[in-house]
Each structure stands twice: as structure tokens, then as C-alpha cells.
Design a protein around this ligand. Structure first.
Ligand SMILES: [Zn+2]
Length: 199
């Protein structure tokens, strides 16, 4: 059989648990095959006769199962080795500097940064006083998760609570923030083990 190979494509579907992004590939296989990679990426290969819509519907129907499987994978995340005080401070300022340009055009002033070993929060925003606090345990999380928390706190200068306006703004500035938030859950062990210290 000679078939014209359809190129694989990245799809996004809305599910009750939030939007899910997956890679869709057509292959000469009999059945749909779903794989969740170590980083939480979703890859689906389908027989050549499958339509995009059939694949999307599958993801929507199985979204609960998929999200659980991703959460399980992420629970096993291994934190980066402990960082020195200076290295920790450097990583955190870098995260703030990386994401600040996203909110600068919206009138947010560059905030002061405080680092604390918080027990139950990755960060918080003291919008009235003009500073944000980031958890020192973030130094042991991957860069993209530090960026997510830094941006989350910056957006609180614009939207003080977690209302629809806050999430709409996050969707625009960092479209994959939900994926990062899920990944961050895998690092709560780092949060608990962090020695109490001020930087
Ligand atoms: Zn918040």
C-alpha cells in the first residue's frame, strides 16, 4: 500500500481539567496509541484513516486519565542539587529578570525581590509594598518553573486575587502556565526539605 504520509502536528484541546496539548502523528498502525513521555508530553499515533477530530475526541474523553498519569510522573521529579546562597540568589534574580519584560509594558514597576524558605507557598506578592517573595526552594526546580512562579507573582501587581482576570492574563503572557503549575507539584518535596534560611 502506498500512502501519502501526513505530517504530525501539535494539537490543543479544551478538557474539563484545562487545555491539553499533544502531538498527533499518523502511522501505519491498527490502533490508536497514546504515550506520555517523562516530561509530561503527550504523544498520540493513530491509524491513517483517523481524522483529527477523532483524535481530539479521544484526548477529551480520556483527559481525566491522562492528567492523572502526568501527575504521577511529575510526583517523581528529582530536585536539582542544593545551591549555595549566592547561586540561589542568582537563579532567582535571573528568573525575575527573564519574565519582567512580559509585564513591563503593562505598567508594572520592577519589584524588589525577597527570598525566603517559605513552608507552604512558592512565592507571594506584596503589591502594596512593591515587592515579591520567592521561595528559596525554587532554586532546586527547573528554570521554567522558577519563571512561572516569578511571573505569577508579577501578575498579582495587576490582579491581586486569583479571579478570571488573573488567569486570562496568565494565558496571554505564558500560554503553557498550567503545564508548569502541574510540573511544580512534583517538587513539593524540595519545598518541605528546604532548610530555613533568609537570603
Ligand atoms: Zn497567586
Amino acid at each position: 500500500m502506498v500512502s501519502i504520509k501526513k505530517p504530525s502536528q501539535l494539537r490543543m484541546v479544551d478538557t474539563p481539567g484545562g487545555p491539553l496539548t499533544y502531538t498527533l502523528a499518523w502511522k501505519a498502525v491498527k490502533n490508536l496509541n497514546l504515550r506520555i513521555k517523562a516530561g509530561g508530553e503527550i504523544a498520540i499515533s493513530v491509524p491513517l484513516r483517523y481524522s483529527i477530530r477523532q483524535a481530539d475526541d479521544f484526548v477529551r474523553e480520556k483527559s481525566g486519565w491522562i492528567l492523572n498519569a502526568i501527575a504521577l510522573l511529575e510526583r517523581q521529579a528529582e530536585p536539582l542539587p542544593p545551591a549555595s546562597r549566592e547561586e540561589c540568589a542568582r537563579r532567582m534574580s535571573e528568573a525575575l529578570e527573564r519574565v519582567y519584560p512580559l509585564v513591563a509594558p503593562l505598567g508594572v514597576g520592577f519589584p524588589s525581590l525577597k527570598l525566603r524558605a517559605l513552608k507552604s507557598q512558592w512565592g507571594n506578592c506584596h503589591w502594596a509594598q512593591g515587592y515579591i517573595t520567592l521561595n528559596t526552594a525554587l532554586a532546586r526546580c527547573p528554570e521554567e518553573l522558577r519563571d512561572y512562579v516569578a511571573l505569577h507573582e508579577l501578575v498579582h501587581f495587576l490582579h491581586h486575587d486569583h479571579g478570571p482576570g488573573f488567569y486570562a492574563r496568565m494565558d496571554v503572557l505564558m500560554p503553557d502556565w498550567r503545564k508548569r503549575r502541574r510540573a511544580l507539584k512534583g517538587y513539593t518535596g524540595a519545598l518541605e526539605k528546604e532548610p530555613s534560611r533568609k537570603v
